[in-house]
Design a binder for this molecule. Sequence first.
Ligand SMILES: [Zn+2]
Length: 330
Amino acid sequence: MIAPTSAATLASMSSPILLFLPLTAALLTLLPEQVNAAPDELIPLQRLAASYGFPGATSSPNVITLQSQYRCLAFHTGSRRFVFNNRLFWLNGAVSKDGQNWCISRADAESIVAPLLQSRRALKGQGCSLVVLDPGHGGSDPGTVSSRRIDEKRLVLDITKRVKRKLNASNVAVRMTRSRDTTLSLQDRPKRAARWGGDVFVSIHANSASSTACGIETFVMPAAGFPSTASSKPESRSYKGNKHDAVNTLLAGLVQHGALAHTGATDRGVKRARFAVLRDAPCPAALVEVGFLSNQKEAAQLTTVAYRDAVAQGIAQGILTYLVKAEASQ
Ligand SMILES: [Zn+2]
């Protein structure tokens, strides 16, 4: 589950340079939609800085930073790493050079940077009435099993029920794709969300990898034409879940950051993968991996009610913040 950076060469930049960019009225028209604009079209970071009113872009070796009073965007050159206000996100494509300019793809400018900077605009028209929670696995599928004999299916059902109770306590309507230890196909999960008219879909899982891997990560769909975070092989097809690209990262970021804030776990970032439940999601959707059952310390933490409750509190807080923002954006 380690996310590689792109194969693009890491270009080092010498001493810090300050690029002071004039803020013109024309540039304030943010990335106007172009007919037939390619998602991999490159957008210079200087143009982004000017469009959003940042005073300039500061370059240091391997990182270009756009900074204002409340916002800090750090783009890692030659990499998909992007840090927004100290929280890690993985772009669809690497920060790459076009002539003298470091650039990101139009898909990243429009579906990641724009929604993070202008959430009201991105959330306009999004529903906020029903949350569908999806505890991973169940029944004949135990998910990952730790050396402490914790089944992922039981663990995530417990956490999901806690998230539901916390959201219900804030008067948020919630349905769960399963509320018992039953077998449920991957296809049926987003189907249920569609049938119920869900406005937000959050799938909850636990991770497994090497014994040293640790932390929380939250996944959303990659944009069409780009690879998953763990891959370098692009996929051109667009799925139902791509309809909500402009909101998915916003939702995932709030869930991820809520979970981190309540647990102090390692931030593995908001990543991208074409998981079946995300591919077919009928509404904004994210999949959170709450920790590694393959890691002794995290598996032990997850056996305690206090830690599971903290994880649940963080996820619920993230969803609630999304709903409040969505409601305020109508
Ligand atoms: Zn799982």
